[in-house]
Unconditional design. Structure first.
Length: 130
């Protein structure tokens, strides 16, 4: 074989590089969460705009009515997941030290889990009227 046949093509050099394995699912989840946030966000804005005032008693009554607690929970969880996916991209793009990147991602995962628990507890407490 001569030297030209042994030189790898640009495609051969690129195979196995980048995020082609997990990047699509991350990208798809980001878009999916954005699509869910559109109607949930519109519901949230219009529901709050329809309230006569924003006192604690009115908010408790509003959360306790019908499916408002469920929609509020879905909106908040979807927003938290969307934010987490976006922060992952920022960390991957701007943090180049591997141990620091992993540490920040672990802290973000813990913050997301804690946020989900706290949001769920708060909405449940408001919905029960306690």
């Amino acid at each position: 074989m001569n030297k030209e046949q042994m030189t790898p093509t640009p495609l051969a050099r690129a195979i196995g590089l980048g995020s082609a394995k997990a990047g699509f699912s991350h990208w798809w989840l980001q878009r999916l969460s954005a699509v869910f946030l559109i109607p949930l966000g519109l519901w949230f804005v219009f529901s709050l705009a329809a309230l006569p005032e924003y006192s604690l008693s009115v908010i408790r009554t509003w959360v306790g009515e019908g499916l408002n607690a469920l929609w509020l929970w879905l909106f908040t969880i979807c927003a938290l997941i969307h934010a987490r996916l976006g922060l992952d991209v920022v960390v991957e793009d701007y943090i180049h030290t591997r141990w620091l990147e992993v540490s920040i991602k672990v802290l973000l995962s813990l913050a997301l889990a804690l946020s989900v628990v706290l949001v769920s507890f708060a909405i449940l407490t408001l919905a029960r009227g306690a």
